[in-house]
Design a protein around this ligand. Structure first.
Ligand SMILES: C[S@@+](CC[C@H](N)C(=O)[O-])C[C@H]1O[C@@H](n2cnc3c(N)ncnc32)[C@H](O)[C@@H]1O
Length: 214
């Protein structure tokens, strides 16, 4: 039987990635208790093991990875440990501090910037609604701090709230590299890869087979 891309990883790396995921859930539990129980906050973590399967399947030497709204940095550090050149942009400065500490604990070169993943001047103009950004917050664009633009990335990951997927596809179509992939964990849990606005591949769960869209 074919191995999953995660099973094919070096055992020591798999162990480190499992520890990182566990730590991510502990950080989330603390954040939920200390912050979200007092006020609403948009940070809800992606299912790290599902995202890991997709990142392991898509990795190639030298790929540049960006996480939109990188929160505690778990997915970005995961990408770095898998060999991507990994960056995260997050609006909440307190979360960026936690993400940088995560990178240090895992001797990761992942880099984080406080700011918005929306490029300066970006306006979302959907045909069939009013262009409200949902839970996506506003702030100075984070790209300058990274010395990069959205166009510089090969793979972008986000865990959008329901209804925010179309804006992210629009963002990639208008400001991303022509062949860049957009990897989304949807609220259904499925992880989907889009390229040029089209669904290319999806991962239903770590144990289920992946599907190529045709
Ligand atoms: C649903 S959470 C996903 C967190 C993380 N990507 C994960 O999958 O575990 C969305 C994150 O995006 C951040 N965020 C919201 N608007 C943003 C913006 N315009 N620029 C950067 N980060 C933003 C929130 O603070 C939150 O941490």
């Amino acid at each position: 039987m074919a191995h999953s891309p995660v099973e094919a990883l070096d055992p020591a790396l798999r162990q480190t990635l499992a520890r990182l995921g566990d730590e991510g859930w502990e950080m989330w539990a603390r954040f939920d208790r200390e912050v979200r129980s007092r006020r609403w906050h948009p940070f809800v973590p992606a299912e790290y093991d599902r995202v890991l399967v997709a990142l392991a399947a898509l990795r190639q030497p030298g790929l540049r990875f960006l996480e939109f709204g990188s929160a505690t940095g778990i997915v970005t550090v995961m990408a770095d440990l898998l060999g991507y050149e990994a960056y995260g942009i997050e609006l909440d400065d307190a979360l960026v501090t936690l993400a940088r500490a995560t990178a240090v604990r895992y001797s990761s070169g992942a880099r984080f910037a406080t700011g918005s993943f929306l490029p300066q001047g970006y306006v979302w103009r959907p045909r069939d609604s009013d262009g409200r950004l949902g839970t996506v917050g506003e702030g100075a664009s984070g790209y300058l701090k990274l010395g990069k633009s959205l166009e510089d990335f090969d793979l972008v990951f986000a865990y959008p709230w329901h209804g925010e997927e179309a804006m992210m596809l629009d963002l990639l179509r208008n400001h991303g590299a022509p062949v860049a992939g957009l990897l989304l964990q949807c609220v259904s849990g499925e992880v989907q890869l889009f390229r040029k606005g089209r669904l290319e591949r999806s991962w239903a769960s770590p144990r289920e087979a992946e599907h190529d869209a045709t």
